[in-house]
Design a protein around this ligand. Structure first.
Ligand code: BTN
Length: 257
């Protein structure tokens, strides 16, 4: 399997995830990447719109990993690592990861991952891993008010092609390691802006205050509520969190069992 063996470069699309899904349904091989300069219907988690003007990186990778639908969460969370590695390599910026899918630079959101599974009957047929990154995007063209871009944070124009190539290279290594069981989850833990912190989790209509304890191997976030209950946050489409305490607390951040 080769991520990036085929790269479909497009100017305008509604959503690269949708193009990749159509290709997947037509039997496209694993590893194909759909890359676009602009999206008119880019979307993020929780049904939010993903503002996609020129200057950003918008790509989707088609994966047929033979994994289950449970792996959608795991991929969403852990695939932030190769993206962080690529940003760090190309820009030198420090990247933090906010569970489940946010790429944070300079304390603000610069990107995110949207993983969608497509089923055939009861089986998961393939997965589309979508990445949106504000690279050289002018901040005034980004709809979300609290967002940032890599160029705004580094005060430099970023080489978009070099960043794309680096993202692909890191994704290749990540995916190989993930499938073989060799991926070192500490790479996630040390970049996490959440683990060990006080948080407020909005799960559906409910708000839970507590502390983020550790990440389960399947990507679920385990928290202890103020009432002392230990809860697993895994319903990624319904959950968002806010960090309420930036002071790092002692935390057992990764459980292998
Ligand atoms: C999020 O932060 O909620 C995830 C944003 C993911 C956006 C990317 S851009 C490429 C791909 N196509 C989409 O429509 N969404 C993802």
């Amino acid at each position: 399997m080769a991520i990036g063996r085929r790269v479909l470069r497009l100017d305008d699309v509604t959503s690269t995830n949708d193009v990749a899904k159509s290709l997947g349904k037509e039997g496209e091989a694993e590893g194909t990447i759909v890359l676009a300069k602009r999206q008119t219907g880019g979307r993020g988690r929780l049904g939010r719109r993903w503002s996609s003007p020129m200057g950003g990186l918008y790509l989707s990778v088609l994966l047929r990993p033979g994994l289950g639908s449970d792996d959608v969460l795991r991929l969403t969370v852990l695939a932030c690592v190769p993206v962080a590695e690529a940003i760090e390599e190309v820009t030198g910026l420090e990247v933090r990861l906010k569970w489940p899918n946010d790429i944070i630079v300079g304390g603000k959101k610069a990107g995110g991952i949207l993983v969608e599974g497509v089923s055939k009957g009861r089986e998961l047929d393939f997965i589309v891993l979508g990445l949106g990154l504000n690279v050289n995007t002018p901040l005034e063209h980004i709809e979300a008010g609290d967002a940032t871009s890599l160029s705004a944070e580094s005060d430099e124009v970023i080489d978009e092609e070099r960043l794309f190539e680096s993202v692909v290279a890191h994704l290749v290594t990540f995916y190989k390691e993930l499938l073989s069981g060799d991926f070192d989850e500490e790479k996630y833990v040390r970049r996490s802006s959440v683990l060990g912190h006080g948080i407020e989790a909005m799960v559906g209509k409910e708000t839970i205050r507590g502390k983020a304890l550790y990440l389960e191997p399947n990507g679920a976030l385990v928290i202890r509520s103020e009432e002392g209950l230990v809860l697993r946050l895994s319903w990624v489409n319904e959950t968002s969190i806010r960090i309420t305490n930036n002071e790092e607390m002692h935390a057992n951040t990764l459980r292998k069992d």
